[in-house]
Design a protein around this ligand. Structure first.
Ligand SMILES: C[S@@+](CC[C@H](N)C(=O)[O-])C[C@H]1O[C@@H](n2cnc3c(N)ncnc32)[C@H](O)[C@@H]1O
Length: 215
């Protein structure tokens, strides 16, 4: 199949689809970190949605779509900044809907639990990394068209929680990043954000195998 993996810099899903023999391309406005620039379309994804694809898997940005940041939209309290955030949120909703309305028979859109459940529709399913062999919790919504629900591949322990000095409870994987060898790594704020948004390998493999399948 000719497959567009939209808003994917890690190439996690693209590489799994390629292993199975698909003509898959990642697309992102930033360089890919997955090591296969020959499969990466580094550009705005919008014009690509007018092309013919057998399947589109999209990971649109969630910064303005999460419920976690709702208090920042209070205009009385935050004035101009809140007005700008409201505009950014509208733009993010419209961007998300471009994938939902794309002319393609098989579409999957992934995003954390957030406002799209009420602004558009409830997701078809909510998955967790620990259902796919990853010891981590991150409620992840999938909106599907023409595709089956993802079946868990390997249910493992759910991973620990970390309590920050301010008392905020968060999964350890997202507060305490480690490298491939389990060694703790220091990231700046942007680095942490990119790291947290990468698709878990176990989920990427399940998406490729269950939605793409062997060619
Ligand atoms: C939430 S992250 C998803 C990352 C993905 N899960 C991965 O493993 O690479 C959203 C991505 O959308 C990209 N993005 C934002 N606007 C875009 C656009 N107009 N066209 C293509 N990619 C875009 C960002 O650069 C970012 O990498």
């Amino acid at each position: 199949m000719k497959i567009l993996v939209a808003c994917e810099e890690s190439q996690a899903v693209t590489k799994e689809l390629r292993k199975l023999g698909h003509e898959a391309y990642s697309c992102d406005i930033v360089e890919c970190s997955g090591g296969h620039p020959e499969w990466h379309l580094m550009q705005d994804v919008v014009p690509l949605l007018k092309q013919k694809w057998d399947m589109i898997i999209a990971f649109p940005p969630c910064t303005y779509l999460t419920v976690a940041g709702n208090r920042w939209f209070n205009v009385e309290k935050y004035g101009e900044k809140a007005i700008k955030r409201i505009e950014d949120r509208k733009e993010a909703i419209n961007f998300f809907k471009l994938f939902a309305n794309a002319d393609c028979e098989k579409i999957a859109i992934e995003n954390p639990i957030g406002i799209m459940s009420s602004k558009w529709r409830k997701p078809n399913q909510i998955i967790q990394p620990y259902m796919f062999g990853e010891q981590a919790r991150k409620g992840t919504c999938l909106w599907l068209k023409g595709l089956p629900l993802l079946e868990p591949t390997n249910i493992v322990e759910r991973g620990e929680f970390y309590i920050s000095p301010s008392g905020k409870k968060m999964p350890k994987w997202c507060s305490d990043p480690v490298d491939k060898n389990g060694k703790k790594i220091a990231y700046n704020c942007k680095g942490i954000k990119v790291l947290r948004s990468k698709t878990f390998p176990g989920i990427a493999k399940a998406m490729a195998e269950q939605w793409g399948g062997q060619v």
